[in-house]
Design a protein around this ligand. Structure first.
Ligand SMILES: C[S@@+](CC[C@H](N)C(=O)[O-])C[C@H]1O[C@@H](n2cnc3c(N)ncnc32)[C@H](O)[C@@H]1O
Length: 272
């Protein structure tokens, strides 16, 4: 618990340091991270397309507002929650620059604080980019999500996969992914701006997280991504054909839960 609190401060330091350059750096520096971000975006759009109601959407760990702005054109309003005041400040600045009227951002720790919304008032909750693994006790967050989610609402979660190839193989190179599990430190090792940060995470296997989610939700899909691109070094992806080959393989393998090789587990869930 003490270790968790200590590492959580390191996560807040990372967010503070990254806030102003996050949008330029993150998806560009590491090929596998970039394709994962696009994979999530596509899933988010396909879920929104199928949603019956579009009045209020919420982003947990909203960072600079990147996803909130992309979602804003579909919903009456979007609220982003992030524990980093620096991230919230950048999100507000970005909102002003883009002249978007229907987003708002609140500095709040979703691990400790109740979600600031009425019961059954939210159509869609986006808890992606590993956010599900940034809470020590997922059950209390899941209960809060259940409380605020409308009956026919949907949630997209992502978690760090303990069984991912990149987290289990001893590689003789640095893979093209910005964050992977460090077993010695029992933490997520994140590279940002030439620095390494250790961030507290609870990694899961697909079986473990499926069991945990099933206690609260009905699961509509589970995939892992990107199995192959996350194990190779950045230089390899300078080649167009290699990029395409690996992407095709990763999309093909996403639903293969026997291998379940991608560093992120992504789940779409709704009410039972
Ligand atoms: C990898 S970034 C993703 C940001 C954004 N979702 C995106 O995809 O661009 C993770 C974000 O989650 C926030 N975060 C991590 N743990 C959190 C918590 N317990 N409560 C609220 N925000 C949290 C961090 O400050 C950071 O901005």
């Amino acid at each position: 618990m003490e270790k968790w609190a200590e590492l959580k401060q390191s996560h807040k330091n990372l967010s503070a340091a990254a806030a102003s350059t996050y949008d330029e750096i993150y998806h560009n520096s590491n090929h596998a991270t970039g394709i994962y971000m696009r994979y999530e975006e596509d899933l988010i759009h396909s879920i929104i397309d199928r949603l019956p109601g579009k009045s209020h959407a919420v982003v947990l760990g909203s960072g600079t507002g990147r996803e909130s702005f992309a979602m804003a054109r579909y919903f009456d309003r979007v609220t982003g929650l992030d524990f980093s005041p620096e991230m919230t400040e950048v999100a507000f600045k970005n909102q002003e620059k883009r002249k978007i009227q229907n987003t708002s951002f609140v500095t709040l720790d979703v691990e400790n604080d109740p979600l600031p919304f009425e019961n059954q008032s939210v159509d869609f909750i986006n808890s992606t980019f590993g956010m599900g693994s940034f809470v020590l006790n997922p059950a209390s967050l899941f209960l809060e999500i259940k409380r605020v989610l409308k009956k026919d609402g949907r949630v997209i979660f992502s978690f760090y996969n303990s069984q991912a190839f990149v987290n289990q193989l001893q590689l003789g190179w640095t893979p093209a992914i910005s964050s992977r599990l460090n077993h010695e430190e029992k933490a997520l090792e994140v590279q940002f701006g030439g620095q390494i940060y250790f961030v507290p995470v609870v990694p899961y296997s697909v079986t473990e997280i499926r069991g945990e989610l099933e206690r609260f939700f009905s699961i509509h899909s589970i995939t892992t991504f990107p199995s192959i691109s996350s194990i190779f070094p950045q230089e390899l992806f300078e080649n167009d054909r290699v990029r395409k080959l690996c992407l095709e393989a990763d999309l093909f393998l996403a639903g293969n839960l026997e291998l379940a090789g991608g560093p992120f587990i992504v789940a779409e869930v709704g009410n039972k």
